[in-house]
Write a protein that binds this ligand. Structure first.
Ligand code: FEO
Length: 169
């Protein structure tokens, strides 16, 4: 059985991962409206990754005999009105998710749940990758500035991103 406080922290994080999925879906729609199909693809992969992150925790909680509590997902709000500003929002959001994963690991440590810490190691590494991936697109967008041709080249590049189902844990 999993400790109650840790179960609550997992349920809270499951909601945040599902919110991330929803937020990235809203960003996907933003890029659909701009007809930047490579960006649309990039966010589509992001949406699938967030779903996988949530499912990983749901399955884990089940496996540990915990109770999964699916909660209301907040309306997503995309901050910014340019691709650069939207990606700044993505980075801020991922940094926030990182802080919540770290909090979850703190709770697991507090209740001395080594198995949960083992799982959370995967999420901690994943956050490093997520922030790096977003940071790299952001750096390119900063270089691009107002250059529309360069933006279309980046769009082509982002069209090549593919979703690979993660093996969590
Ligand atoms: Fe599930 Fe993007 O963190």
């Amino acid at each position: 059985m999993i400790n109650e406080k840790l179960e609550e922290a997992f349920n809270d994080q499951i909601n945040k991962e599902l919110y991330s999925e929803y937020l990235y879906y809203a960003m996907k729609v933003y890029f659909q409206e701009l007809n930047l199909q490579g960006f649309v693809n990039w966010f589509d992969v992001q949406v699938q990754e967030e779903r996988a992150h949530a499912v990983g925790m749901i399955d884990y909680l089940n496996e540990r005999g915990g109770k999964v509590d699916l909660r209301a997902i907040e309306k997503p709000v995309v901050e910014g009105s340019t691709p650069l500003e939207v990606f700044e929002h993505v980075l801020r959001h991922e940094e926030y998710v990182t802080s919540r994963i770290n909090h979850l690991a703190d709770v697991a440590e507090e209740v001395r749940d080594r198995a949960a810490l083992n799982l959370l190691d995967w999420y901690i590494k994943e956050q490093v990758e997520e922030e790096a991936t977003v940071g790299s697109v952001l750096a390119t967008l900063r270089l691009i500035g107002e250059d529309k041709k360069a933006l279309l080249l980046l769009d082509k590049d982002l069209a090549t991103r593919t979703f690979v189902a993660p093996v969590i844990g």
